[in-house]
Write a protein that binds this ligand. Structure first.
Ligand code: CA
Length: 234
């Protein structure tokens, strides 16, 4: 069941559409010219209660269907336009202006219902698409990492890190207490096919200690490598 705005100036057609849509228990909002149609739309938008679909006649008094398509092209609402014209050009223009589908008048009620259902199904599928997940922030002492933005704050001040400095920091902070050999760090941060040597790791650790308050926390493990210590609770 959906709310459908029908903008159609011919009373007989509008009634037929309404009766047909009522068969599937849809709620119908009626407008008999373009101006009224837009007014109903804008009012609904203001009340954050937008219709699920618009059925829009093209040849309308006051504001034409094409103009309405143009005005509503940014809205996430499927529009099916109704056209009495049989020329391909008119249909193409409507679709180019952003309409989801069209229906040629006269149409069979069953065809109307089928097209309406398809449009609403598509819209619902689109709206329910999962938004990309935002990774939660990670805190370590007075350092805060925003993984989605690859942003790092230290004492609330943004710190500029190179790509690899960031990757290395992220690895340490998400694996506190873990001892890594230089080779493991190279493999994990630079990749197995990296041709540089483990001195690269030392240089990056040095930079992290310099840029961030990690001087003591990021510890050199004698003859092995590095680890980030657990936060000192004292
Ligand atoms: Ca008309």
């Amino acid at each position: 069941m959906a709310t459908i705005l029908v903008i159609e100036d011919e009373d007989s057609i509008r009634s037929l559409i309404k009766i047909t849509l009522n068969i599937d228990n849809h709620t119908v909002l009626e407008a008999s010219d373009g101006e009224e149609g837009l007014a109903i739309f804008n009012e609904a938008k203001k009340n954050k209660n937008l219709p699920d679909l618009i059925l829009l006649d093209i040849m309308l008094p006051k504001i034409s269907g094409y103009e309405i398509l143009e005005k509503l092209k940014e809205e996430l609402i499927p529009i099916i336009f109704l056209t009495a014209k049989s020329s391909t050009q008119d249909k193409v223009l409507g679709l180019k202006l952003g309409a989801y589908d069209y229906l040629s008048k006269p149409f069979e009620p069953l065809e109307l219902l089928a097209r309406v259902e398809a449009a609403i199904r598509t819209r619902n599928a689109y709206l329910s698409q999962e938004k990309p997940k935002k990774e939660p922030e990670i805190d370590y002492q007075n350092i805060r990492i925003f993984p989605t933005e690859r942003k790092v704050l230290a004492n609330n001040k943004e710190i500029n890190l190179t790509v690899k400095e960031y990757d290395l920091l992220y690895l340490f902070i998400t694996n506190v207490g873990q001892v890594y050999t230089r080779e493991q760090l190279v493999n994990q941060v630079w990749g197995y096919d990296y041709l540089g040597n483990s001195r690269t790791v030392d240089m990056h650790v040095k930079q992290l200690r310099k840029k961030l308050p990690l001087k003591d926390a990021l510890e050199t493990v004698y003859k092995v490598g590095y680890k980030l210590n657990y936060i000192d609770e004292n």
